[in-house]
Design a protein around this ligand. Structure first.
Ligand code: S3P
Length: 429
């Protein structure tokens, strides 16, 4: 039998790693970045910045970026390859749009199916010239200009990628750019810009809207950046410890941004014994320790209003739900259809294959606890989706490794050290 025991430092946060690299490139001067996540997705952003003329070097464990200012990109020689990374594509499209260069963005098979017009429609209204494949997809061509217009953008789909893309574009727009989001999404770009001493205004309204007012063009002066550990990666081990008898773990240096750790409140509501302790501030973010013990979970209803805050955690929450007493209803998951795979399909089809009691109804997933026994080995289809792969490997722990996955290479998209870290925590008893 296996249990999880011990203490671990998780790898750097993916969202902050992308942003740290991009903002360092847009700053003037040299930025040292520590604890950068060296995953496939983040390396896509890093290599695209190099293609745009930014010098980036590794120095021991750290990375050094020689920033060239908010209008400092050079014309690239070839297409910018975003691989599997939606964050790279959407953020970099915004970042290049206010520079006078012509860029072609390409991506892998999965990324070519993910919508880009949610970003480019905004950029077109302010003067960027964009040609998309089938009006919505990569490959796309964008011709940027230093004369983009200041404007007010109202974002209808809750998405930090759209918001961040427009912020990055607005940094080199002369005049007032206003970005309004109707639901709060992760705010790392705003926090990093504040840490870099940028002057801009954020207003939160009673109806839940947030408005961000930029007054560009900006000069950003470089400052060394540290990346906290990724709570979305921690989520796999948190759920593993909750569902595996006799487990008790401690995860250190975790990013405790409230827009990222809502899944912990969900798991606590399900009966999870989790203690969160803030220890310090780092680059404008709260950091701390998370302690987790094996718990008897119960099913709950997860409201759609939480979805922007737990968007990446649904696959692993579904795994927790399979072990919770009663029924778990996860509501309003429409955005999951636009992730690395259609995650409603990937979660439901694989759980059904394992004989769990699960259904999807429009954009909801309902999981009813059932005492499933797995006698023979079963192979899960990951759809090349890193979070699906890791989620089912966690479920495999309590089924004595009878659940296998068809492809574990995709895990390096967000968490190359996943297997090493899991091995460190797993103990025989
Ligand atoms: C991210 C935002 C989210 C999230 C993704 C990372 C970011 O996507 O799912 O993994 O770093 O801004 P959306 O903005 O599409 O919701």
């Amino acid at each position: 039998m296996l249990k999880l025991k011990g203490s671990l430092k998780i790898s750097g946060d993916k969202s902050i790693s992308h942003r740290a690299l991009i903002l360092a490139a847009l700053s003037l001067g040299k930025t040292k970045i520590s604890n950068l996540l060296e995953s496939d997705d983040v390396l896509r952003t890093l290599n695209i910045l190099r293609d745009l003329g930014i010098k980036i070097k590794k120095n021991g464990e750290d990375w050094v970026v020689y920033g060239n200012g908010t209008c400092g990109f050079f014309q690239p020689d070839s297409a910018l390859d975003c691989g599997n990374s939606g964050t790279t594509a959407r953020l970099m499209i915004g970042a290049v749009s206010s520079n006078p260069i012509k860029c072609t963005f390409i991506g892998d098979e999965s990324l070519q199916k993910r919508p880009m017009s949610r970003v480019t429609d905004h950029l077109k209204t302010i003067g960027a010239e964009v040609h998309l494949t089938n009006n919505d997809y990569l490959p796309l061509m964008i011709t940027g200009t230093q004369n983009l217009l200041p404007n007010k953008h109202i974002i209808k789909t809750a998405s930090a990628q759209i918001k961040s893309s427009l912020i990055l574009s607005g940094l080199n727009i002369k005049g007032k750019t206003t970005i309004v989001e109707t639901k709060s999404t992760r705010d790392h770009t705003e926090r990093l810009l504040k840490f870099l001493n940028l002057k801009f205004k954020i207003t939160k309204y009673k109806n839940g809207e947030t408005s961000i007012e930029l007054n560009g063009p900006y000069e950003i002066f470089s400052k060394d950046l540290k990346v906290a550990s990724d709570p979305s990666s921690a989520a796999f081990f948190i759920v593993a410890a909750l569902i595996t008898p006799n487990s008790q773990i401690e995860l250190k240096n975790i990013l405790l941004n409230p827009l990222r750790i809502e899944f912990i409140n969900v798991l606590k509501k399900m009966g999870g014994k989790i203690i969160v302790k803030k220890t310090k501030k780092m680059c404008g973010e709260d950091i701390g320790i998370i302690k987790v013990k094996h718990s008897n979970l119960k099913g709950i209803t997860i409201s759609s209003s939480l979805s922007p805050m737990i968007i990446d955690e649904y696959p692993i929450l579904a795994i927790a739900a399979t072990q919770a007493k009663g029924k778990t209803i996860m509501k309003g998951l429409g955005e999951l259809r636009h992730k690395e795979s259609d995650r409603i399909v990937s979660i439901v089809s694989n759980l059904k294959k394992l004989n769990f009691n699960v259904i999807s109804k429009k954009d909801d997933i309902i999981i009813q606890n059932k005492n499933v026994k797995i006698k023979n080995k079963k192979i899960i289809k990951t759809f090349n989706d890193h979070r699906i792969a890791m989620s089912f490997l966690i479920l495999s722990i309590i089924y004595e490794n009878k659940i296998l996955i068809d492809n574990s290479d995709c895990i390096s998209i967000s968490y190359p050290k996943f297997h090493d870290h899991l091995d460190k925590l797993l103990k025989k008893y």
